[in-house]
Design a protein around this ligand. Structure first.
Ligand code: FNR
Length: 343
């Protein structure tokens, strides 16, 4: 298991950027040259999972479970603390199977005692396991990941998905911290969002394709390259958000978005398409690995400063104003929306 965690990090880094352009590039703001905004008045606060975050982007769930990934978590947690952004752990399933890995996850809290920290488990975790994961991190919220495409390609994958819905429903009912259900880079359809809502789930991260691709990562871990054809499976975050907007807000969870976010403009695009906050994994992992912790902290500070400016550029003062911006969806994204009946 710890070896698998190291491989995921190594392959994510090796494959980083291989998708190149993604569907965020097909989301354009119409430019208006005389706005009433002022970047000094930009208010980027957002309400997520029972708390008010000062910044609408966060370090999304990645890793833990080995010595090397524990050190990565320590540095990610330091960056979260220094910049005041929220952070999620990678799956704590390694800890639930082997308690000796606790410290590699626990650093997210010890390095970041006052931050917003999310635990992370898979949909197989029982209530006892879920509670142990939340307790270890004194977590403010729990992410539960849905990763059917990854399990399909993963050599040691667990492909029994039929009991997940029931497990989710039980966990959401019994747990006393908010639950965020997330994909891992293949997207959440409106049908899935509606189903989650029916199970009592109030928060969902659509985590779409266009960035880290676990079909590609798991395929590279196999002796053959049997599942090449699944690379690129799923829907992008912009497609998921555009489609989700067709559902009445009362019939779906509140939305977070991730998958392929590369710079502050992608964050703004996802926010304008309806996300309350935006998760970043591969890009920040790559910055940390290639340039080190100080560079990651500087980059997050740069994103924060630029987001204030970009909000004013599109004529907004707060995130609620973004609902009134003029967005154009082009190319394949537009085609997808037309095929799916999105205006
Ligand atoms: C991930 N991701 C992930 N998600 C999750 O819920 N539990 C996990 O354990 C992991 N593990 C993991 C390891 C590594 C190395 C990466 C890069 C990512 C998925 C992550 O949270 C996110 O959904 C996707 O990576 C898409 O976002 P990016 O990477 O395109 O920004």
């Amino acid at each position: 298991m710890s070896n698998r965690k190291d491989e995921h990090v190594a392959l994510a880094l090796q494959q980083h950027g291989s998708a190149g352009r993604n569907e965020f590039d097909l989301v354009r703001f119409v430019h208006h040259a005389l706005p009433d905004s002022d970047s000094d008045r930009s208010d980027l606060r957002t309400d997520v999972a029972g708390a008010t975050w000062n910044w609408p982007f966060y370090l999304n769930g990645m890793t833990g479970g080995s010595t090397r990934t524990g050190e990565i978590n320590r540095q990610l947690a330091t960056a979260a603390r220094e910049t005041g952004i929220a952070i999620a752990a990678g799956s704590l399933s390694a800890y639930l199977k082997d308690a000796s890995t606790a410290e590699s996850f626990r650093v997210l809290r010890t390095e970041n005692p006052h931050g917003f920290v999310m635990a992370n488990v898979n949909a197989n975790a029982d209530l006892d396991g879920v509670r142990r994961a939340v307790d270890l991190l004194e977590a403010n919220a729990l992410q539960i990941h849905l990763n059917v495409a990854q399990e399909t390609v993963m050599p040691e994958g667990d492909r029994a998905f039929g009991h997940w819905a029931q497990m989710l429903e039980r966990t959401v009912q019994a747990l006393d911290v908010p639950v965020i259900v997330k994909e891992v880079g293949f997207g959440l359809s409106p049908q899935t969002l509606q189903r989650l809502h029916g199970l009592g789930v109030q928060w969902a991260d659509v985590s779409g394709r266009g960035g880290t691709d676990f079909a590609r990562i798991e395929n590279a871990r196999r002796p053959g390259t049997d599942y090449d054809y699944l690379i690129g499976w799923g829907q992008s975050a912009p497609a998921c958000l555009a489609e989700a907007s067709l559902l009445p807000a009362a019939q779906r969870p509140h939305l977070l978005a991730s998958g392929g976010v590369r710079h502050p403009l992608d964050v703004l695009r996802a926010l304008a398409l309806g996300a309350r906050a935006v998760g970043v994994s591969g890009h920040f992992l790559h910055t940390l690995s290639t340039q080190g912790l100080d560079a990651l902290i500087a980059e997050i500070h740069r994103w924060q400063a630029q987001l204030r400016q970009l909000l004013a550029l599109v004529g907004c003062t707060n995130l609620a104003d973004l609902a009134h911006t003029d967005l154009l969806l082009g190319g394949e994204l537009r085609e997808y929306c037309e095929l799916r009946g999105v205006d």
